[in-house]
Design a binder for this molecule. Structure first.
Ligand code: URA
Length: 208
């Protein structure tokens, strides 16, 4: 597994604004979308290109376009939804699947309660998306679910990650590359990322 930490100054700046507990819902939501878009830009670096010939105002030219690779984004409900506008602003033609997973309080076992994927999901490169990778159990279960459906090519994208989550995901799915905004210090006793940014879902949707 390759870990890509997107250390671009714009990502670091936006992350600092997101970490600030005084940042309100509207700004937090916008920052989530913008940061997701910047991380996605890096995650798409290996998209294949093909050469096309076209006529510019100055004459004929051979130029590159993306060679029609089929993509799907799969946000993990609920916080992953907050990143979707950002990533689809870069790849508007991508299909979107949804997976709902909650973690049992106490055991942190992942329980799937919802799944709806594009019919041709197994033919697509899939980017699983969540706001935070804390214990890693939701992401591990979501990726396993996609592999069980026959998906071969999977990436994982999130805003913030804990070392515990990174290690767990790496152990469970060593073939999945991760694209993140920052690797934080640790998890606390409630499985929140420290320093983190609090509950991403609550901050995106304003539920607290
Ligand atoms: N989920 C969150 O929203 N925040 C954390 O810190 C950990 C998991």
């Amino acid at each position: 597994m390759a870990l890509h930490i997107v250390t671009h100054p714009l990502v670091q700046h936006k992350l600092s604004l997101m970490r600030n507990k005084g940042t309100g819902v509207k700004e937090f939501r916008e920052l989530t979308e913008e940061t997701a878009m910047l991380i996605c830009y890096e995650a798409m670096r290996d998209l294949p290109l093909k050469t096309v010939k076209l006529e510019t105002p100055q004459g004929w030219s051979e130029t590159k376009i993306i060679s029609g690779k089929k993509l799907a984004f799969v946000p993990i409900l609920r916080a992953g939804l907050g990143l979707i506008e950002g990533v689809t602003s870069l790849i508007p033609a991508a299909k979107i699947g949804h997976i709902g997973i909650f973690c049992e309080p106490g055991t942190h076992d992942a329980v799937k309660y919802y799944s709806k994927m594009p019919d041709d999901i197994q033919e697509r490169e899939v980017v699983v998306i969540d706001a935070m990778l804390a214990t890693g159990s939701s992401a591990i279960a979501a990726i396993q679910d996609l592999k069980d459906m026959g998906v071969k090519n999977i990436k994982f994208l999130c805003i913030l990650c804990s070392p515990e989550g990174k290690n767990a995901l790496e152990a469970a799915h060593p073939d999945v590359d991760m694209f993140i905004g920052a690797l934080d210090e640790k998890l606390n006793e409630h499985s929140y990322i420290v320093p983190g940014l609090g509950d991403a879902g609550d901050r995106i949707f304003g539920t607290k």
